[in-house]
Design a binder for this molecule. Structure first.
Ligand SMILES: O=C(O)/C=C(\CC(=O)C(=O)O)C(=O)O
Length: 321
């Protein structure tokens, strides 16, 4: 399949930026067992059609392309997150998980009428969480009673809930989120406005949310979405998205055991540029400055959440696909 193609008769959303082809091999060497804990697969549309209710149509981004990126960047494993363009049809995700063997886990989207049998099948494929999306440009809001029903169904499986929202919406959703009894993982630090002060009230509310709820984790991801000043992760830039660094570093240093990192490949809905994933990896030591913080962020935390009860053996290099 050609890079940037959309198969199955689908047409990419106008202005869609395709993922960066031929990323740099990172200068920063990832620790053994590192997990890319936020990435997606899209289609291919001809095999796994995009959902009728989607708000955007991406270019295809197949499991094989994701695994090639994983290997080139030096990750051992992936956590593949269902994106809204596939709605609650998790078949592309499940196919990718099955092909990755033990090297991937997944986060699915399900509806309130999901059956125990369907959840058991998702679990068997490697799904360990559900995603609730509150970003208005991506989804129509699902009523909270439906979400509560879903939580009641997934909790017995030991799954967690991934929540995606924008900082403006946290005050309204704070109590609902705080009442979720399972582990909760926030996408992209709750999308702070990084032109504001990391010590100010907006990010302060997010930090309070983490302090008050020891079951809440966060991904310190997507500087390319949040940054206003850049510079962009392109052309080997070693100090990219420097306006986002104080936010991510604050979280990593205060909550070192509840943070995850991921590429967000293939970077849906970016409008102005597409980062080089190798250069994104090079930004990790600026938010997790010590080897200890790096190991927790990239290995220990994602493995505790997604591969509980198993310990990663760095000498066994031929794990899975
Ligand atoms: O890749 C991401 O994390 C973010 C997305 C897409 C998304 O989450 C989805 O479609 O489900 C975004 O902000 O457009």
């Amino acid at each position: 399949m050609a890079h940037g193609e959309t198969t199955g008769g689908f047409e990419k959303t106008p202005g869609w930026l395709d993922w960066y082809d031929g990323p740099a091999t990172p200068t920063f060497r990832l620790p053994a067992g590192a997990v890319d804990a936020h990435c997606h697969v899209f289609g291919p549309g001809a095999q796994f059609p995009y959902a009728p209710e989607r708000k955007y149509t991406p270019c295809d981004a197949s499991a094989d392309e994701l695994f090639a990126l994983r290997d080139q960047l030096g990750f051992t494993s992936n956590v593949i997150v269902q994106a809204t363009c596939h709605g609650a049809d998790n078949s592309a995700l499940v196919d990718a998980l099955r092909r990755a063997g033990d090297r991937a886990r997944g986060v699915a989207t399900v509806r309130r009428d999901v059956t125990e049998q369907e959840l058991a099948e998702l679990h068997d494929a490697g799904v360990r969480g559900v995603r609730f999306n509150f970003v208005k440009r991506l989804v129509d809001r699902v009523p909270t009673d439906a979400l509560e029903e879903i939580v009641a169904k997934i909790a017995p499986l030991g799954w967690h809930v991934v929540i995606y929202f924008e900082a403006d919406d946290l005050p309204e959703l704070y109590d609902f989120f705080s009442a979720i009894p399972t582990d909760v993982v926030v996408d992209h630090m709750g999308r702070p406005d990084v032109t504001k002060d990391p010590d100010g009230p907006e990010f302060g509310l997010f930090l309070r949310f983490l302090r008050e709820n020891p079951n809440v984790w966060t991904k310190v991801t997507c500087p390319e979405r949040l940054s206003v000043t850049g510079p962009r992760a392109l052309d080997g830039e070693q100090d990219a998205y420097r306006d986002v660094v104080p936010f991510a570093r604050r979280v990593v240093e205060e909550f070192p055991d509840r943070v995850l990192w991921g590429t967000d490949w293939p970077h849906p809905n970016l409008k102005d540029h597409m980062p080089d994933d190798g250069v994104l990896v090079d930004g990790i030591p600026r938010i997790a400055p010590t080897p200890d913080l790096q190991r927790r962020l990239l290995v220990d935390n994602p493995r505790r959440l997604y591969w509980p009860g198993t310990s990663f053996d760095p000498s066994a290099s031929s794990e899975g696909a």
